[in-house]
Design a protein around this ligand. Sequence first.
Ligand SMILES: *[C@@H]1O[C@H](CO)[C@@H](O)[C@H](O)[C@H]1NC(C)=O
Ligand SMILES: *[C@@H]1O[C@H](CO)[C@@H](O)[C@H](O)[C@H]1NC(C)=O
Ligand SMILES: *[C@@H]1O[C@H](CO)[C@@H](O)[C@H](O)[C@H]1NC(C)=O
Ligand SMILES: *[C@@H]1O[C@H](CO)[C@@H](O)[C@H](O)[C@H]1NC(C)=O
Ligand SMILES: *[C@@H]1O[C@H](CO)[C@@H](O)[C@H](O)[C@H]1NC(C)=O
Ligand SMILES: *[C@@H]1O[C@H](CO)[C@@H](O)[C@H](O)[C@H]1NC(C)=O
Ligand SMILES: *[C@@H]1O[C@H](CO)[C@@H](O)[C@H](O)[C@H]1NC(C)=O
Ligand SMILES: *[C@@H]1O[C@H](CO)[C@@H](O)[C@H](O)[C@H]1NC(C)=O
Ligand SMILES: *[C@@H]1O[C@H](CO)[C@@H](O)[C@H](O)[C@H]1NC(C)=O
Ligand SMILES: *[C@@H]1O[C@H](CO)[C@@H](O)[C@H](O)[C@H]1NC(C)=O
Ligand SMILES: *[C@@H]1O[C@H](CO)[C@@H](O)[C@H](O)[C@H]1NC(C)=O
Ligand SMILES: *[C@@H]1O[C@H](CO)[C@@H](O)[C@H](O)[C@H]1NC(C)=O
Length: 524
Amino acid sequence: MKAFCNSTSIIPVTLCFIFFSIYYFEDVLAAPPTTRQHFLCRPEQRDALLAFKNEFHIGRLSRACSNGNRKTESWRNNSDCCSWEGITCNAKSGDVVELDLSGIVLHGQFHSNSSLQNLPFLTTLDLSSNDLAGQIPDFIGNLSNLINLRLSGNNFSGRIPSSIGNLSQLTHLSLSINNLVGEIPYSIGKLSHLTYLDLWENNLVGEIPSSFGNLNQLASLDVSSNKLSGNFPIVLLNLTGLSVLYMYKNQFSGALPPNITSLLNLRSFVASRNAFTGTIPSPLFTIPSLAGIHLSDNQLNGTLEFWNISSSSNLQRLSIGKNNFKGPIPRSISKFVNLQTLELSHFDTQGRPVDFSIFSPLKSLDSLDLPYLNTTTTIDLNDILSYSKSLSFLDLSGNHVSTTNKSSVSNPPSQEIYALSLSGCGITEFPAELLRTQHEMWFLDISNNKIQGQVPGWLWTLPYLNYVNLSNNTFIGFQRAKKKQGLSSVLKPSMVHLLGANNNFTGKIPSFICELRSLETRFI
Ligand SMILES: *[C@@H]1O[C@H](CO)[C@@H](O)[C@H](O)[C@H]1NC(C)=O
Ligand SMILES: *[C@@H]1O[C@H](CO)[C@@H](O)[C@H](O)[C@H]1NC(C)=O
Ligand SMILES: *[C@@H]1O[C@H](CO)[C@@H](O)[C@H](O)[C@H]1NC(C)=O
Ligand SMILES: *[C@@H]1O[C@H](CO)[C@@H](O)[C@H](O)[C@H]1NC(C)=O
Ligand SMILES: *[C@@H]1O[C@H](CO)[C@@H](O)[C@H](O)[C@H]1NC(C)=O
Ligand SMILES: *[C@@H]1O[C@H](CO)[C@@H](O)[C@H](O)[C@H]1NC(C)=O
Ligand SMILES: *[C@@H]1O[C@H](CO)[C@@H](O)[C@H](O)[C@H]1NC(C)=O
Ligand SMILES: *[C@@H]1O[C@H](CO)[C@@H](O)[C@H](O)[C@H]1NC(C)=O
Ligand SMILES: *[C@@H]1O[C@H](CO)[C@@H](O)[C@H](O)[C@H]1NC(C)=O
Ligand SMILES: *[C@@H]1O[C@H](CO)[C@@H](O)[C@H](O)[C@H]1NC(C)=O
Ligand SMILES: *[C@@H]1O[C@H](CO)[C@@H](O)[C@H](O)[C@H]1NC(C)=O
Ligand SMILES: *[C@@H]1O[C@H](CO)[C@@H](O)[C@H](O)[C@H]1NC(C)=O
């Protein structure tokens, strides 16, 4: 709070005002009515809460408003615990049903005698985003009324207790971002009401338990960033209500099963950075609800086919690069008219010509990654940029690219380009007409080309430019930015990486480059 209140700018002051208003309001609500001594809260549960609080150390929030925002400050023995922040009671029975102490830097670990066990009516336990360590206690499985259990973003270690499988009412279980090890307990497959299961960013090993085939209410499953292995878990194909499936960054292997199409409700399928091999079953692309398919960085192979895509395909994100696909890029890709991001890097067309106009119907593209297609076709940069007005991230590295289309001089691209990678594209001239007007650009890689002459001075006046790679060309020097181009705007902290090795620069590096603050340069 202090940090905000001492500040003089308008927004924090406004925030503080709102903040105090809420506090004032809550205090009014929380104040025990003097005429009534009877509290809704049950004394033994109040004592359990106070004891629970004392089992942990509550750290300082480094963020602003820390002093005022500590939920447990309202926890006083002489007030109704049902009015305490983070506590919700059943209005009739007075039982504590919700305990939400997320994000208050709760520090410490559970002991087997923890008074949490004396809150058996809890339906929601949210201790996420704290600093809890040690094991998730076995007794958690005795809180049999739990519907929501959120323990993500702590430092829990050890195994997931199999007693969690006793929480038969559970619909939401999140244990992500901890240090959990061992296998996923088979018993979790008993939680037949589970709709949301989130285990990402742990160190879990082994296969997805076969019991998961029973989680027929599951809508979202995230097991990314673990060390899970085995073939694609076929049991998941039983989960026809699944709409989000994240499996990226694990050690799964084998081919994707062709009947993955049984997941008709799937909206987002993310399985990049695994060890899936074999072909992508074409019907995957015909699941009508799919909005995102991310399979990059596996060892999938064969030719790519999209079967009978309807023109109403909902697919918005397709990333299947860094696999072992060979052959032509299917023309039917132009039917994915809602695509916003498309990533096909290292798709080996085996030296075939590519008709890049197949991408021209994709009017919603904002990010297009087509590096290293192994094609003989020269890509006309201005044509590509004209396909979608929102295209602002473009990577064509490793292909032949022509930047010198005559019409571009009179007709520069209308969009703002944020990032452009043209490394190893056989370019001989600095693409000045194109870039001079790109005031939003922050990433430019034109390394490994044959560009001669001076690096133009106006480049340093692009206000957001952060990364520039000029390496391995035949530049001979730096043109100074002209006064009217606003040399002072050169001294921007935004410019951080400037790579210029392997050129024909002679003499000293101009002082204005050395003056760029926080610049990391490499010229050797
Ligand atoms: C709260 O106060 C009551 C008496 O009003 C007392 O019996 C109880 O032990 C107190 N609880 C704690 C945790 O201090
Ligand atoms: C609970 O157990 C811990 C560790 O075993 C111990 O230090 C603590 O005193 C116990 N607390 C109570 C209230 O028994
Ligand atoms: C769960 O509750 C049962 C019955 O009250 C008890 O016997 C058991 O020890 C409890 N389990 C744990 C891990 O505390
Ligand atoms: C998390 O717990 C481990 C022990 O299990 C400990 O070594 C590590 O320092 C802890 N990390 C943090 C960020 O507290
Ligand atoms: C709770 O889970 C444990 C471990 O999975 C099991 O041994 C125990 O029988 C279960 N208790 C109940 C009441 O289901
Ligand atoms: C698939 O789900 C059905 C119920 O929806 C269930 O009866 C069956 O056992 C499940 N199959 C597997 C392999 O888990
Ligand atoms: C899906 O295909 C696999 C073989 O790839 C098979 O074992 C499994 O039974 C099929 N599942 C369904 C639900 O059709
Ligand atoms: C694709 O990969 C699978 C599994 O690694 C292999 O058996 C198959 O021969 C490969 N197919 C092609 C066309 O390379
Ligand atoms: C897609 O086309 C294939 C081959 O033409 C056909 O066998 C299949 O039934 C079609 N699928 C749908 C969903 O129309
Ligand atoms: C590119 O295609 C040729 C066939 O024209 C093939 O021999 C070569 O291995 C491919 N290169 C890469 C890097 O895939
Ligand atoms: C420099 O660029 C050329 C293409 O212009 C490429 O063949 C060569 O490998 C590159 N050298 C380095 C060190 O990257
Ligand atoms: C670059 O320098 C090398 C020697 O360092 C020289 O052979 C070459 O001709 C120069 N190229 C250009 C374009 O100046």
